[in-house]
Design a protein around this ligand. Sequence first.
Ligand SMILES: Nc1ncnc2c1ncn2[C@@H]1O[C@H](COP(=O)(O)OP(=O)(O)O)[C@@H](O)[C@H]1O
Ligand SMILES: [Mg+2]
Length: 270
Amino acid sequence: MSLLFVNEVTHSYGSRKFFNWKDRSKKVLSDISLSIEEGTCLGMLGTSGAGKSTLGKVILGLERPQYGQVLFQGHDIYTADKHARQKIRRDLQAVFQDSYSSVNPRMTAERIIAEPLENYEKLTAAEQKRTVVELLERVGLSEGDLKKYPHQFSGGQLQRINIARAISLKPKLIVLDESVSSLDMVNQNLILELLRELKEELGLSYLFITHDIKAAYTISDTLAVLEKGELIKLYDSKNQFFASEHPVVKKMRDSILAEHPRFRSIRTNG
Ligand SMILES: Nc1ncnc2c1ncn2[C@@H]1O[C@H](COP(=O)(O)OP(=O)(O)O)[C@@H](O)[C@H]1O
Ligand SMILES: [Mg+2]
């Protein structure tokens, strides 16, 4: 059984099901099926407006699709009973692009990271603080950062805090929606490296949503390409992706070949 199975999901915003026969609302997702195996990262590529974030929200339980199911460990996340839903909420976490708007500016790093623990774990104050310090250290920050506010951190540091919060409940799957897209190259690479380490250490799985083929290539095990709400292709491996003759994939790939000898050699060798 796959960790996550998305089954024939179709969605459009603001349409009224009862008037479907003359419903002109645009389909944002049409008939999407995909799966993510435990311990792997699925890279979801596509240009702006392709429907990537909508799919992320559907998978996170934030946007109920009009048609289709999202199964997490075999449970339909939209019809699961209360107990199962609670478990799914712990096991499914997210890190979004804009690290600043993801956090409450009036909360310290300590409170931001502790929030999920407060909601789901019954820790003593001392245990909770120790856990938060461990999480901070795990993402490359330190105890000295506990009392700092979001504006006292750089974008990269704040994204580390968002990652610390996301892993605090030891989830199974993290949806990363353009999580490194607003960072400079150096920080992008550092965060990707951190994500890769955490994946190995904690046995995490990722849905890595991005418009950036390089970032996707760095971290993904399998890849999917979304275009105008349609899943145009699924690839079981990076090599398959780079060997693909699909015009959309070729266009994405060609746009970076010139500047990256590494990709050029992949194309010529494979
Ligand atoms: N809440 C919303 N209400 C109406 N339309 C939306 C909403 N969110 C996104 N859309 C539209 O859905 C399409 C896909 O958006 P999105 O999922 O954000 O794509 P991506 O993340 O790939 O850029 C776009 O045309 C966008 O304008
Ligand atoms: Mg998006």
